[in-house]
Design a protein around this ligand. Structure first.
Ligand code: IMP
Length: 400
């Protein structure tokens, strides 16, 4: 069975949860390889809503193997709560020894930093936990398994973070409090931690690699600094799980029929008008982690083509097509105007300076009516849209 990746091609919130759930029917193992509880992957089963933040989506079928890789930053308290909420679902959970932990002071720092000059983060302490990781002072899952090792690791992180918190003229959380907090999870981690790289190397069955956030939030190739702090693109699978990319056989890219983003940052096709409000209301575009209203705009094919290239996408999934039903006219961005020139490549380091060039489509209110819109996207991207998802429920997906 082939291993597949399922990745978001926009600024996140493309509807990956539902798509992962759909494919997970035929797979036992689903792996999260980056991000943390900033993600919110929503799945509806029998009209009941489930939101996955740190666990991979797709567990609702039962008897799955959920894997959290080294590139994920973990909030242990929230993870345990998420597991409790799934108490009637049976699944195995493996967390990599190398995964870094989001510490209570990371969350406070995220608050302070957002107040000072933030980018509109989810305030989950994500960039702060990755900062510790890259500053080589992070606390990892493996550290928590041993009291002495934990104390030493936490001392490093604590010193480094104290400088920051004092810099904000705020009070640092007591060391022993954080130490005890982490020790509380030792039993849980003894049961669930593993060498995930080894497990995946030796896995004989197919795997789903589930991306979180979206391509344009990638720390290198997104709209920096308005990005998340991990790599959200396909190559992240290799780096963060310690496996060769040849182990990923097919890349499935998920995109919405329009564009949204949460937080600050450039967004060329943004609609600050009644059509933007319409997309937000009909598409229920409110953050599944923070509840924030999402910024909405037209589909941007320039960005999408870039995402298809960057992720080596083989097949496309179009989501929320039905949200466009009923609009009189639909625009799709096919190029940018920049300094008097027409570009078909996004200059992501200077995206605020471009003006979208649109192709107009007559509105449609059913699939048949959307066929010109869909064919145009396919020919622009030179990829097939194999699945179209509409509505909330599991079975509301059409295969082409
Ligand atoms: P952080 O990841 O919380 O640091 O937030 C950085 C940026 O990424 C902010 O603009 C967030 O709104 C955005 N972001 C983070 N996670 C997600 C997600 O799962 N969906 C959409 N946007 C996200």
């Amino acid at each position: 069975m082939e291993n597949i990746s399922i990745l978001g091609l926009q600024w996140g919130d493309e509807g990956k949860g539902k798509i992962v759930d759909y494919f997970a029917k035929d797979y036992r193992t689903i792996v999260r390889f980056q991000g943390g509880p900033n993600a919110g992957h929503t799945v509806y089963v029998n009209n009941k809503k489930y939101t996955f933040h740190q666990l991979p989506s797709g567990l609702l079928w039962g008897n799955k193997r959920a894997i959290i890789g080294s590139g994920v930053v973990i909030n242990l308290e929230l993870l345990k709560k998420e597991i409790e909420q799934l108490s009637d679902i049976n699944f195995e959970l493996l967390i990599d020894y190398r995964a870094n932990i989001i510490l209570p002071y990371h969350i406070l720092e995220d608050e302070y930093e957002e107040k000072l000059d933030g980018i509109g983060s989810t305030k989950k302490g994500i960039s702060q936990a990755y900062r510790d990781k890259y500053a080589r002072v992070g606390v990892r899952v493996f550290d928590i398994l041993d009291e002495k090792r934990l104390r030493r690791a936490l001392e490093r992180s604590y010193k480094f973070n104290s400088v920051l918190v004092y810099g904000y003229k705020e009070k640092m959380i007591d060391f022993d409090e954080v130490y005890e907090y982490l020790l509380n999870f030792r039993k849980f981690l003894k049961e669930h931690s593993a060498d995930v790289q080894y497990e995946i190397m030796n896995q004989k069955e197919g795997i789903i690699f589930e991306g979180a956030q979206g391509t344009l939030l990638d720390i290198n190739f997104g709209t920096y600094p308005f990005v998340t702090s991990s790599h959200t693109i396909v190559s992240s699978i290799g780096i963060n799980l310690g496996i060769p990319m040849s182990m990923v056989n097919k890349n499935i890219g998920v995109f919405k029929a329009y564009t949204t983003r949460v937080g600050k940052g450039p967004f060329p096709t943004e609609l600050n008008d009644e059509i933007g409000d319409y997309l937000r209301n009909v598409g229920n575009e409110y953050g599944s982690t923070t509840g924030r209203p999402r910024r909405c705009g037209w589909l941007d094919l320039v960005l999408l083509k870039y995402a298809v290239f960057l992720n080596d996408i083989h097949e496309l999934v179009l989501t929320k097509l039905d949200v466009l039903f009923g609009l009189k006219e639909i625009n799709v961005c096919v190029a940018y105007e920049y300094n008097g020139r027409i570009l078909d490549f996004p200059i992501l380091y200077n995206l605020e300076s471009v003006k979208p060039v649109y192709k107009k489509f007559k509105g449609f209110d059913n699939f048949k009516g959307a066929s010109e819109f869909i064919s145009f996207i396919e020919s622009y991207l030179n990829r097939k849209i194999k699945y179209v998802s509409y509505g909330l429920n599991r079975d509301e997906i059409t295969i082409f």
